[in-house]
Design a protein around this ligand. Sequence first.
Ligand SMILES: [Zn+2]
Length: 326
Amino acid sequence: MNISESAYKQLLREYDEKQLKAVQACRYRTRRIEGEIPELNMINSRIAQLSVDMAVMRIRGRGADRQAYDREMKSLTARKEALLRNAGYTPEDLKPRYECSLCGDTGFIDGKECSCFKNAIISLLYDQSNLRQILEKENFGTFSFRYYSREPLEGKPSESPFLIAQKAVSTAKDFVLSFEESSDNLFITGETGTGKTFLCNCIAKEILDQGHPVIYLSAVKLFGILADNTFGSRNQERIAEDLFSCDLLIIDDLGTEYTNAFIQSAFFNCINERLLRNRHTIISTNLSIEQIRNSYSERVFSRIAEKYTFIKLFGKDIRIMKKLEG
Ligand SMILES: [Zn+2]
């Protein structure tokens, strides 16, 4: 799990507050119920006294009276339960009502993060990625093959957009499954509207759900950030560090950005640094690999050719097809 230290501390504070709230509400509820059932007060005082006596006995090693104490404790507890039930309550009403009964809203069980705490971190990662809304619509569950034709490609009778899309999805799922062990990267090509961005979103959702931070940027935005970083303010340094170190960086629509020699060099640094740190990158583009060779430096081209798995999507423009369907 990887959220910023300040976000982590904030989450811990929220858990403390949640826990405190449940305890305070319980105190308030207990006082009210004791007001309704005065005998309860006496029983509770006696139970408390009895517990202290029992502890003292244990320290002094006098176990002989133990049975008498146990008997009294049992009868007090039974009387208390009966009083509560007569008034329409249960013993649970005198206990704090935590949101998570597993960890009692501490976020931890035996020093390990509780599942509720892990989910809270994933939720923060979603907020951080700004992808929450789009990923509700675009994920492996909603990916549809019906927009991909089963007609064979010209000159390739054994290939069709449909079969190629099936292979692409299977490669994307392998990428997700082996994310933590492998250092694989993806290069997704295809013409406009063939589902590249959709496929990137499918992957982003799975990786976020695994609890990894994902940064999703259009190439235009990324190159804007890289161009800006010349001035080296602290904020820009932090952004650059995030770009180098986040578990998955998705660069959408490479080839649409404004660029120059300086930005090219910054771009190379970015993808090279990520390779050195074993951080995954996905690039999607309308450009063919030949165009990449021509448009970007040889260094960029060779890194991509060597270290990225290629996925190509074919087909008609899905956005237009969807519009035609109404
Ligand atoms: Zn919990």
